[in-house]
Design a protein around this ligand. Structure first.
Ligand SMILES: [Zn+2]
Length: 73
């Protein structure tokens, strides 16, 4: 597969980083899949971090039933 250099119009290889004719930098094809996977992992990590409060510091208020079940002395 080939594409054209936007600077000089020469046909260049798809994987070429610079135009062999004029030396202009060729835009790299965006690799969306690794980027999407990376973003997905980041989002999952952030969500997991936000969902789980730190066990030592952020203990939610205990359920009221737990106190009621304690036998009175
Ligand atoms: Zn060129």
């Amino acid at each position: 597969m080939r594409r054209e250099c936007k600077a000089c119009g020469a046909k260049v290889l798809n994987e070429a980083a610079v135009c062999p004719a004029c030396g202009a930098e060729l835009p790299k094809k965006m690799k969306l899949l690794p980027l999407a996977a990376f973003m997905l992992i980041v989002i999952l990590v952030i969500q997991a971090y936000l969902d789980k409060p730190e066990p030592e510091s952020a203990a939610p208020a205990p359920a009221p039933k737990a106190a009621e079940q304690q036998p009175a002395p």
